[in-house]
Design a protein around this ligand. Structure first.
Ligand SMILES: C[S@@+](CC[C@H](N)C(=O)[O-])C[C@H]1O[C@@H](n2cnc3c(N)ncnc32)[C@H](O)[C@@H]1O
Length: 248
């Protein structure tokens, strides 16, 4: 199944929990510099599209395109690996939380660089094995996430493909966008079906691993074991969990 098809299956309730986190949005928009024309690749329902610029979106999933709000930028049905634009015809190309779904991330990143003079990508550092251990959800409950990394290009390989610099992005404790790592200090959120439906990870690991995780986490929250193991998180306002901006 291609990732566009995946989102045609799992994307129905995406906008219940997924929206622009303003502090992370500000980082993306600053990285876009003075770009006037911007393509948002893998746009989904349109989170993080910058105000005050001329935006065009690209999104392969019809279900995701249908969730774009009235008045959102126009959206084309296409994939990152084959963008329907002329060489260097846009000031900037951005992609948020989508590269890990692309069949060929390197090809997609090169396409972004072909069509635009500036490239801004928000993604996570899968090359860092510490990433799996840093986040308690993958470390203690869902080690299967490591399987997703097999055969995927590392962050360094992705950055090198487009000559990008890499900047860390901390996740605020009250992050408004419900991506996988967003609730690092609000563990009970992962018990909520709506919260999990906004994260593709659960569809990818399958129902057995999902239900096992929910059962174990619920038990550990009730017994105090989670709090005991993660005592250091209570004092943090933002966490470094491997999220990165690539800027070229
Ligand atoms: C987690 S969502 C992120 C959507 C949006 N950028 C956001 O931040 O809310 C990932 C999106 O990538 C899209 N996608 C999957 N494969 C893609 C590809 N090859 N090219 C472009 N987008 C793709 C999916 O359909 C889905 O809408």
């Amino acid at each position: 199944m291609s990732s566009g098809q995946l989102y045609d299956t799992i994307g129905a309730s995406y906008t219940l929990t997924r929206r622009t986190e303003p502090r992370i949005g500000a980082r993306v928009w600053a990285a876009l510099g003075d770009a006037r024309t911007v393509v948002n690749v893998g746009s989904g329902a349109g989170s993080y599209e910058p105000p005050g610029r001329e935006v065009i979106a690209v999104e392969p999933s019809a279900l995701m395109r249908a969730q774009r709000p009235a008045g959102a930028a126009p959206c084309m049905a296409a994939v990152a690996e084959s963008l329907p634009f002329q060489d260097q015809s846009l000031d900037a190309a951005m992609a948020f939380a989508t590269v890990h779904h692309w069949q060929d991330p390197i090809a997609g990143l090169r396409e972004m660089q072909r069509v635009a003079r500036r490239v801004v990508v928000f993604t996570h550092d899968t090359s860092d094995t510490g990433w799996l251990r840093r986040f308690w959800l993958t470390r203690d409950y869902l080690p299967e996430v490591a399987d997703f990394l097999v055969g995927r290009p590392s962050l360094t390989e992705q950055a090198d493909a487009i000559g990008a610099r890499i900047e860390p992005v901390l996740i605020p404790w009250d992050c408004a966008d419900g991506f996988f790592e967003a609730y690092w200090r609000r563990p009970a959120a992962y018990l909520d079906d709506d919260v999990r439906r906004g994260m593709s990870v659960w569809a990818r690991v399958g129902p057995d691993a999902e239900q096992r995780t929910v059962r174990s986490l619920r038990a550990d929250l009730a017994s105090g074991r989670w709090a005991e193991r993660n005592r250091d998180l209570a004092a943090l306002d933002a966490a470094e969990l491997g999220l990165r901006l690539l800027i070229a």
